[in-house]
Design a protein. Structure first.
Length: 249
């Protein structure tokens, strides 16, 4: 069995795959190393042969997690590393090591699946967009606050915006102008994301006409559903890229 981990700024996405056919055994989203450990311990018949991971956390946090996995599960951990070029994609950053590894893997996954120009949109703690041309050249990208950051900035920097998660979820069942604070904020922020998608699509069209593939991923991908009709929703895009970057012999 193989354990795969995508350690973002807010959550660790994990999954266990098994056998040559690569069957999904289990998967989950957790908010701490401890919660990951608990989820894995609950799996009956878990027998890990290897583990591969990507992390955008600090080196100290990442090595603490690696230590825990090696100690508690007796597995050696392979970490995705920055690269100037891999699998036909050329990192477009001036300083290639500074490009977020989750972005890099999502790009590798997208180019692997599309084999042509692509726009990759990731809706996590931050929202990112990346442009990859037909020859695999990464043209660069954009980073802006994601849904959790936008709503928390409003909650933190105003005095009268206060509401709970249940109300937030209920507010997002419609896009109509809000008639309460929670509706106004949640729908306003969700429109920011939707507007972002439209702008990125416009830019991609200016480069490539209609001949490109849009990939949408990240925990909040649902918020932009329907904005880009031909887009491919690939929740595990980072894992697709992880398999490309860290093949297991
Ligand atoms: N099972 C889940 N657990 C936690 N958050 C989830 C889950 N499913 C979707 N989300 C959404 O995913 C968002 C975080 O996206 P994610 O891609 O995991 O971020 P990051 O990679 O930055 O940690 C949260 O704002 C939340 O709304
Ligand atoms: C842009 C990000 C914060 C996105 O992280 P996420 O929302 O997936 O947790 C991450 O890819 C990162 O830390 N990147 C380094 C900076 C850069 O890509 O330029
Ligand atoms: K992410």
């Amino acid at each position: 069995m193989i354990l795969e981990l995508d350690c973002g700024n807010s959550f660790i996405k994990w999954r266990v795959l098994s056998g040559a056919e690569v069957v999904l055994v289990a998967e989950g989203v957790v908010d701490s190393d401890l919660a990951l450990c608990e989820s894995l311990c609950k799996l009956s018949g878990l027998s890990l042969r290897s583990c591969r991971m990507v992390s955008v956390r600090t080196a100290a946090e990442t090595s603490a997690l690696i230590d825990m996995l090696e100690r508690d599960f007796g597995v050696s951990v392979i970490c995705a590393k920055p690269a100037r070029e891999m699998s036909g994609v050329r990192n477009g950053y001036e300083d290639y090591e500074r490009l977020g590894l989750d972005r890099w893997l999502a790009m590798l996954g997208a180019f692997h699946l599309a084999n042509g120009p692509c726009l990759v949109l990731d809706f996590g703690t931050a929202v990112t967009a990346d442009f990859i041309a037909i020859d695999g050249d990464h043209l660069g990208g954009f980073i802006c606050p994601g849904m959790p950051l936008m709503r928390n900035q409003l909650r933190t920097h105003t005095r009268k915006i206060r509401y709970d998660d249940v109300a937030a979820e209920r507010a997002l069942t419609s896009q109509a102008p809000g008639r309460s604070t929670v509706e106004a904020v949640e729908r306003g922020c969700s429109l920011m994301l939707r507007g972002f998608v439209l702008t990125q699509l416009e830019m991609a069209r200016s480069y490539w006409g209609e001949g490109f593939t849009v990939f949408i991923t990240g925990g909040d991908a649902d918020l932009v559903a329907g904005v880009a009709p031909g887009a491919r929703f690939v929740p595990d895009l980072v894992f697709v890229g992880l398999a490309v970057a860290c093949p297991l012999s």
